[in-house]
Ligand binder design. Structure first.
Ligand code: PLP
Ligand code: COI
Length: 359
């Protein structure tokens, strides 16, 4: 495909600087949005067209748009950081582009050329540069694609919209970087073999919400899903992968198949292995988790993902009770890996892995 060029349509009334500063003072996660968005359309027989960097505004959609009925939709999440010497750094966006296309394949949607995906992201960061926080915050980018064709028959749509929006964000969890409490869902599962667990599609999250509500109702921050076949093995959290740190410096994480292949997960595996931990992708049962936490063999557990970064897990609750992990605070490995990962992302630790893309 020929390189797509983006038409730039500047915002007619961007947010005034004083209002922007106020909004960015405590943005939370996913509540405050920057001024622009990028959109590109796809039509069967034509391909990608009408690429625009434009004011962020509501879509006009036909009530029969296929996404509203059959949820043909995928998304990604990545962050841009202000670099100490100026400019911006994006963490492994090529991996997001690759995973986006894996999701697209699973959802019978068109391939998004990696170059177009990355260019869209660069363009949004540049046009909304003032919205990228300094200090602890970051700019979260949300690329997504949905079936826009008005058609109620059940088949892959013939029209799609690819869009990128962005928001300044702080910590994902309300308590900042305190350890979190998780709820193990024994009733609801997230993904079965052959299903869409490895794709980042909206439907996975829709079906997770009842379990997330159960977690919130039980005073927890996130839900932990077990496998759908035996209801025995730990899969992942509602929006994060999970790691377990043992007393012999081994670290384990559930294997891929029905879980999202997290980019943070893969990065943490590399960092931990290079720091001398024995890292393995191994099935780990909920029973074993309880036994190891109670015996002290399990020292730490943490959740990781783009939004959450690395969050220590202090307590685990389930219908039959609860148990603590370690002393319920962040453990040594969690703290060390988080410092190294965020250091690379923020440009204060050498990027020896070549993970950062400069904008
Ligand atoms: N698992 C789920 C279900 C997620 O939504 C996410 C977040 O994107 C992750 C894992 C972590 O993936 P990543 O590290 O690529 O953000
Ligand atoms: C991300 O980390 O990018 C996600 O999509 C997960 C969600 C909790 C926001």
């Amino acid at each position: 495909m020929a390189k797509i060029s983006f038409e730039k349509v500047p915002h007619k009334s961007p947010t005034p600087a004083d209002k922007r500063t106020a909004l960015m003072a405590d943005p939370g996660f996913g509540r405050v949005f920057s001024d622009h968005m990028v959109t590109v359309q796809w039509t069967q027989g034509v391909g990608w067209h009408d690429a625009k960097v434009r004011a962020r505004e509501p879509f006009q959609m036909d009530p029969a748009a296929a996404v509203l009925h059959y949820a043909q939709e995928i998304f990604e999440g990545m962050k841009a950081y202000r670099k100490p010497g100026g400019g911006f750094g994006l963490f492994r966006p090529d991996e997001n582009a690759r995973r986006f296309n894996e999701s697209a394949k699973r959802m019978a949607m068109p391939d998004v050329p990696e170059e177009m995906f990355l260019e869209a992201i660069d363009q949004l960061v540049k046009v909304d540069a003032d919205w990228v926080p300094s200090g602890e915050g970051s700019y979260y980018l949300r690329p997504f694609m949905f079936a826009s064709e008005a058609f109620l028959g059940v088949r892959p749509a013939n029209e799609y919209i690819f869009c990128v929006i962005g928001c300044p964000v702080g910590a994902y969890f309300k308590g900042g970087f305190k350890t979190v409490q998780v709820w193990v869902s024994e009733e609801y599962t997230r993904a079965a073999p052959g299903g869409t667990g490895a794709a980042k599609c909206g439907g996975n999250y829709a079906s997770s919400l009842v379990a997330t509500k159960e977690a919130f109702d039980n005073g927890c921050d996130q839900v932990v899903f077990l496998d759908a076949v035996e209801r025995k093995w730990i899969d992942e959290l509602g929006g994060m992968n999970i790691f377990f740190v043992m007393d012999d410096r081994s670290i384990i994480t559930p294997p891929l198949n029905t879980i999202l292949p997290g980019i943070t997960r893969e990065s943490v595996m590399k960092l931990a292995s290079d720091a001398g931990y024995k890292v393995a992708e191994t099935p780990y049962s909920f029973d074993q988790w309880q036994a190891d936490a109670r015996s002290g063999k399990l020292r730490e557990a943490f959740a990781c993902g783009t939004a959450a970064v690395i969050a220590g897990i202090g307590k685990v609750k389930y219908r039959g009770g609860e148990f603590a992990i370690g002393n319920s605070g962040d453990g040594e490995a969690t703290t060390k890996l988080r410092a190294q990962l965020t250091g690379i992302q923020r440009g204060t630790v050498d990027d020896t892995y070549g993970w950062m893309r400069s904008v």
